[in-house]
Write a protein that binds this ligand. Structure first.
Ligand code: GLC
Length: 799
């Protein structure tokens, strides 16, 4: 491992004093006497970019991570200098650039407190072995600073005191603290003195992060090549930091609503009769399910884009029959293309010269499931175009609705490093490079090509893609899962942390293999994992299958009933989850919120790992241990309703919460309005003739949202959506809900059924849009009523 180095280390080189400064609109150029250049770009008042070169000039500016639609523009920019430093001031930040050594300090423009400060700052080491520089950055760790983010690390949610490496790695049955695993997301958030900032080190080489491990008061990051190129985001709210990073690297389009339903997967369901048995059982047992997966055995000898004639003789008919029963078929596609002259995908790839090559010319040959394979260079636009085109038959003709990209780290079997050797060449979209630079983005570019194929051939319906490997920005194209976890209680805890961490890293559409991929859970573990999984944006059971079955009915009737109950809750909450997805898609807001993001001012939250908020208003805490009758958990400040008993708990403390096996700690924020569907066996099974709104009374105010559209297709992009903002206000003898609507979508239902929980007074009068209505006319009973969906003001009073 390349170590972060200390000052004494002779190999480190440093910028000398600034001799030249130039401003070019929003880009500031600084040059030092030893020809180091710093390009400081002011992207927004709270977003700065720092780029360093050690050779006096920059290579072409190119990144796969950055979303072309990222916001740009600031309200204020002023540059001055004094004897020791340049001073860049925006509406939110002050940045000092020290003349003597190019070091940086960033301060809050309002109160001038230090937010982030270089320790040694930028330095580098020349590496003849790697070629180029090992570029390094070290920052002062502030008093009491905590760190969050970095993608899928199976570690404590607070990264302080630990060191990490980003190198996408196939990690079968990884454990707690295994590093690195499948993803490389070099973005973290720091929090100290109640203020939060973020750093995105946009460098696709092998990167390292050290959060006060090597030295107690220093946080550093470095890369084995490429540029020191990082973005700085200021909050001070942590949510704003994550939102800014997500704005820069992008969010996905809305998924089809069915993708938020429950998915069933196994390695492998085959032949067709087995697939049908499984799907039939879901319907017979009335356990909702929207998607069924086919793992590698559906293919002919693991050749991508083929079907096994023996197991799936008529895929089109089967996929249609499954679709008629509400099941969307999702199939796996890996990057390795079997070397076989009889196989047209291979022949075509070879003829067109689309496969990756070693530095000296031969093709990159490696063993994966089909045996020896070549691998497309997804960093070439024409290869991505070809790959997208390969989906025509699967999607357009056969009717497959989703594609699962696996082994795309890329994984290679039986070789040291479990991947391509470093010399393999890539185009990198016209910036030719070795695998050292392209490794971490290989899976992302594969998923991108897959996404474009699905989008083209599934149009006018929306695509659904899931990937294992990812780099920053991959969330624009696909959902993800955490790879090959294990059926242990510890892994249930890890899955919870990873889903939160990915959400804090801009990648919300994620979930674990529920129940564990390797080994076999018992019924209790499976039930507890389902309880957690239904609150993750992506909800799928998957298992390697070689240790037994892992369907909801694979244990006993009690477990089946519990699993059904929780999957039903997910189906009821679909409009809530979809609204949460909309907020992610349109406002860059993470779908899961760790308690620290929810309330950073409460220092109690800084090390909490188990509790999280799903969306904005549902507090979830899984049971992580066997034989539990409940657990202690931290309830964040504010008032919360126990979801089951409707008792109100005042937060800001640890509390024991009862949770027998058929229950789990679940709370709703007081004042929330939670939209609900009736239970369906799959999305679209029923026409929704009335939408339920569960209102949780509060003495005070709270805002909620409801987003709706056609649940698929692109009409929403042309304004055919409905976004309702609910303002709730309550006091001792009155409760008011106001609705503001945006968009032109007309929902199929005409009425809301409103259930009010915790109302402290007896209702004597009801006004809808300022007119008194007869209580009978709105079917008022037990604090429930039915009103037109068109109301803009509803008032309930005690007299
Ligand atoms: C990998 C995947 C796993 C899949 C298996 C076979 O291990 O992570 O999900 O089932 O390959 O395709």
């Amino acid at each position: 491992m390349i170590l972060n180095t200390e000052l004494e280390y002779k190999g480190d080189l440093f910028p000398s004093s600034i001799i030249n400064y130039k401003k070019d609109v929003d880009v500031l150029h600084f040059t030092t006497s030893n020809n180091v250049k710093l390009q400081l770009t002011v992207l927004r008042d709270s977003v700065l970019r720092f780029r360093y070169s050690t050779v006096g000039k920059f290579n072409k500016d190119f990144s796969y991570a950055i979303d072309q639609n990222a916001s740009r523009g600031y309200n204020h920019l002023e540059i001055s200098d004094d004897a020791e430093k340049y001073i860049v001031t925006t509406a939110k930040l002050i940045c000092h650039i020290y003349k003597v050594d190019l070091r940086i300090s960033i301060l809050d423009a309002k109160d001038q407190t230090v937010i982030c400060q270089d320790e040694l700052g930028f330095h580098w080491e020349e590496s003849y072995e790697l070629g180029g520089d090992i570029v390094k950055m070290s920052k002062v760790a502030q008093n009491g600073e905590s760190y969050y983010g970095l993608g899928d690390k199976p570690e404590h949610i607070n990264l302080k005191g630990r060191r990490f490496e980003n190198w996408a790695t196939d990690s079968y049955a990884y454990g707690k603290n295994t590093d690195p695993i499948y993803k490389a997301i070099p973005f973290y958030t720091g929090l100290h003195n109640g203020k939060s900032y973020g750093i995105f080190f946009d460098n696709s080489f092998r990167t390292y992060f050290d959060f006060c491990q090597e030295r107690r008061n220093v946080t550093s990051f470095w890369a084995a090549g490429g540029e020191m190129n990082y973005y700085f985001f200021y909050g001070p709210k942590m949510e704003d930091v994550v939102v800014s990073y997500t704005d820069l690297t992008g969010t996905p389009e809305l998924p089809p609503l069915w993708a938020l339903g429950y998915h069933q997967c196994k390695w492998s369901y085959y032949p067709e009769s087995t697939v049908k048995e499984i799907t039939k059982k879901f319907r017979d047992l009335k356990i909702p399910c929207d998607a069924i997966y086919l793992d590698i055995d559906y293919m002919e000898g693991f050749r991508c884009f083929t079907w096994s004639k023996e197991y799936f003789p008529e895929p089109k008919r089967m996929v249609k029959e499954l679709a008629d029963d509400g099941f969307k078929t999702v199939v796996i596609i890996d990057p390795g293309i079997k070397i076989d002259m009889e196989y047209d995908v291979f022949r075509e790839g070879l003829e067109k010269d689309y496969f990756c090559k070693r530095a000296d010319g031969p093709y990159m040959k490696g063993k994966v499931w089909p045996g020896e394979c070549y691998f497309p260079d997804f960093t070439r636009p024409e290869v991505r175009e070809w790959w997208a085109g390969l989906f025509k038959e699967l999607i357009e003709d056969i009717g497959v609705k989703g594609v699962w990209n696996d082994m795309n780290e890329p994984a290679v079997m039986d070789v040291p490093g479990k991947s391509f050797p470093p010399d393999v060449r890539h185009d990198y979209d016209g910036n030719p490079c070795s695998h050292q630079k392209a490794h971490n983005i290989y899976g992302m570019q594969m998923a991108r090509a897959t996404y474009h194929g699905l989008k083209r051939f599934n149009y006018p319906k929306r695509p659904f893609v899931i990937t294992r490997s990812a780099y920053s920005g991959t969330q624009r194209y696909t959902s993800t899962w955490m790879g090959d976890n294990v059926a242990t209680w510890e892994h249930l805890q890890i899955a919870n942390i990873q889903a939160q961490r990915l959400a804090l890293s801009g990648f919300s559409f994620a979930g674990s293999d529920i129940g564990g991929f390797a080994e076999q859970p018992n019924g209790e573990l499976y039930a507890r994992w389902i309880q957690l999984g239904v609150f993750h944006p992506f909800c799928r059971t998957h298992s390697s299958g070689d240790h037994g079955d892992q369907e909801p009915w694979a244990f006993d009737d009690e477990i089946t009933d519990i699993v059904r109950k929780f999957i039903e809750i997910r189906y009821e909450l679909l409009p809530y989850l979809y609204t949460t997805f909309y907020q992610y898609h349109s406002d860059n807001v993470p779908m899961l919120k760790s308690l620290v993001l929810f309330d950073q001012e409460d220092t109690q939250t800084h090390y909490r790992t188990d509790e999280f908020i799903c969306g904005n208003q549902i507090l979830v805490c899984p049971i992580n241990e066997p034989n539990s009758k409940g657990r202690r958990m931290y309830i964040p400040k504010g008032e919360w309703y126990n979801y089951w008993t409707k008792e109100v708990v005042i937060g800001g403390k640890e509390t024991w919460v009862d949770a027998d096996l058929d229950s789990m700690p679940l709370f709703v924020k007081a004042g929330a309005i939670i939209p609900k569907f009736p239970v369906q066996q799959y999305v679209g099974e029923k026409e929704i003739t009335q939408l339920t709104l569960d209102v949780y009374y509060k003495d005070g105010k709270e805002d909620s949202e409801l987003y709706e559209d056609a649940n698929d297709g692109y009409d929403y992009t042309k304004g055919r959506y409905s976004l309702k903002k609910f303002n709730f206000a309550g006091n001792d003898d009155k409760m008011i809900i106001r609705i503001h609507k945006r968009g032109q979508f007309n929902t199929a239902y005409d009425t809301f059924k409103i259930n009010i929980h915790g109302l402290p007074f007896k209702v004597k009068s009801i006004k809808v849009d300022n007119e008194y209505v007869d209580l009978k006319d709105v079917k008022f009973k037990n604090n429930s009523l039915v009103v037109t969906k068109l109301f803009t003001n509803l008032q309930l009073k005690a007299d």
